[in-house]
Design a protein. Structure first.
Length: 293
């Protein structure tokens, strides 16, 4: 990643400086947390249908003053009608598209997309630039302009997290996130670029920012062990995780925008093939087992 002028920062040293920028009233209070947990447990115990529980959560979200907090609750409401009731144990039977549609889009489409703000989360698996097709992100967060998509403000990569996934393949996807984010910052003059990495039921968020000329930082801002079913949804939605998701949404909307809409077509980009040439083509499956990257 250093070959692309992107510095990958250690999350424990820096992420709190970015996330802890909002007032406490924008986070979940005890009553709100208890209400969310109660509704989910009632669904798990089958004392309430998923549809009725979803309606209650949407009503709760409508009563909340904090926009990002309400978006988290709306995403949780979507999960009630998307997640399987029990966990699918054979991960080899879950593909990338199924993870996107049945598990993650329900939450992410509320957290980092908004029709009222003309921002959409898409899963096109294609290049954002007709002139550069060397990287095709699995997900693109882009603005919308009348009948067309505008500039991107974030990207996502997906790995199924099964026997076919290695640390090497995950690291390559992180590299792709860094390069596509840098290119977007240069071309569309973004203040920052958002990124997320899905590896099975591991969800990680990133922010890439231009610090100086030819110097960019990519920072992991939050990491979650995602809910794989309704039966463990309440474990995922702890008070800490609900507030952390709220902070992630706040960080995205505050940091990821175009400083001006003028497109820079002269932004110099190193072909990703030149960077791949520096990487070993072989890897050991257990190499780096102590790290997620």
């Amino acid at each position: 990643m250093a070959a692309a002028n992107v510095l990958f920062l250690a999350p424990d040293d820096h992420k709190l400086k970015i996330l802890d920028t909002q007032e406490n009233e924008e986070l979940f209070n005890d009553d709100e947390f208890i209400n969310v947990t109660r509704i989910i447990i009632e669904v798990v115990e089958k004392t309430k249908t998923s549809r009725m529980a979803k309606l209650e959560l949407l009503t709760l979200a409508a009563s909340m003053e904090g926009g990002n907090k309400a978006s988290v609750v709306e995403g949780v409401a979507n999960l009630l009608t998307k997640l399987p009731r029990v966990e699918i144990l054979n991960m080899d039977k879950l593909g990338e598209v199924e993870l996107q549609t049945a598990y993650y889009d329900a939450l992410l489409s509320e957290l980092i997309a908004d029709q009222d703000r003309n921002v959409a989360l898409r899963w096109p698996n294609k290049s954002i630039d007709e002139e550069q097709t060397d990287i095709r992100p699995d997900a693109i967060i882009s603005t919308t302009m009348q009948h067309d998509f505008g500039h991107p403000v974030g990207f996502g990569q997906v790995k199924p997290g099964n026997s076919s996934t290695t640390k090497h393949s995950v690291s390559l996807d992180i590299l792709r996130l860094g390069i596509t984010s840098k290119r977007a910052i240069d071309k569309w003059k973004l203040n920052s670029c958002f990124g997320f990495m899905i590896n099975g039921f591991d969800l990680t968020f990133f922010i890439t920012k231009k610090q100086h000329e030819n110097c960019y930082t990519m920072l992991e801002i939050a990491q979650f062990t995602y809910a794989s079913s309704l039966s463990n949804l309440h474990s995922f939605l702890s008070m800490m995780n609900l507030n952390k998701l709220t902070k992630v949404g706040r960080c995205f909307w505050n940091e990821c925008y175009a400083t001006h809409a003028t497109q820079d077509n002269d932004a110099g980009d190193v072909p990703v093939s030149d960077i791949y040439a520096l990487i070993s083509r072989t890897c050991h499956r257990t190499l780096g087992a102590s790290s997620r990257y």
